[in-house]
Design a protein around this ligand. Structure first.
Ligand SMILES: [Zn+2]
Length: 188
């Protein structure tokens, strides 16, 4: 993204208009100068079209065409959308899309926050799984106690190995480790 403020600061309106309009009179009060024939109507005699060599604004007292800066001017002349005009002017005046340090820092912080949120979500999921399997085991023990008379193959919730709990616990430990690394703490 081109920073509009940076682009405007990079272009001297006087130089810009001189590159596009043949004759520009000496500017008067406030930087306004008679600028030859109006490019927006079939103008025969100079005198109604003015440009401001300080702000880049322009105004035609004959057809009413006007704009606040040279991006407006370029848009009205070319008929191109704002974004295209900005790109063209940036190319012409050597303005590159450099992210400001604030923008870069903001993006980095946002990335850390997203990463942290993802880890916390994974942690919550694994804790829920762990509670679920432990709960099932407790319920299974209780049922097994009540159905002790049944042959083992008919008993509900036979004692399983601790596989799923162990996996959940290992994942929780791993996530906690990543969450509480110094880098993750900075993001908080
Ligand atoms: Zn005009």
């Amino acid at each position: 993204m081109i920073n509009i403020q940076t682009l405007k600061q990079a272009i001297d309106p006087a130089e810009f208009y001189r590159s596009r309009i043949k004759s520009i009179a000496t500017p008067g009060m406030g930087g306004w100068a008679i600028a030859g024939l109006c490019p927006f109507h079939d103008d025969r005699r100079a005198g109604s079209f003015y440009v401001n060599v300080r702000t880049g604004a322009y105004k035609c007292h004959s057809c009413g065409a006007s704009g606040g800066d040279l991006i407006d001017f370029e848009q009205q002349v070319t008929g191109l959308p704002f974004g295209k005009v900005v790109k063209r002017l940036a190319g012409e005046y050597g303005v590159t899309a450099m992210a400001s340090p604030e923008m870069r820092e903001h993006a980095a912080r946002r990335k850390r926050q997203l990463k942290r949120a993802k880890l916390e979500e994974a942690l919550a999921h694994e804790l829920a799984v762990l509670l679920q399997v432990v709960g099932n085991r407790v319920a299974g023990r209780e049922l097994a106690r009540r159905h002790r008379a049944l042959p083992p193959e008919y008993r509900p919730f036979p004692e399983a190995h601790w596989g799923r709990e162990r996996i959940a616990a290992q994942r929780i430990v791993s996530i906690l480790g990543r969450l509480y690394q110094p880098a993750a703490r900075e993001a908080a």
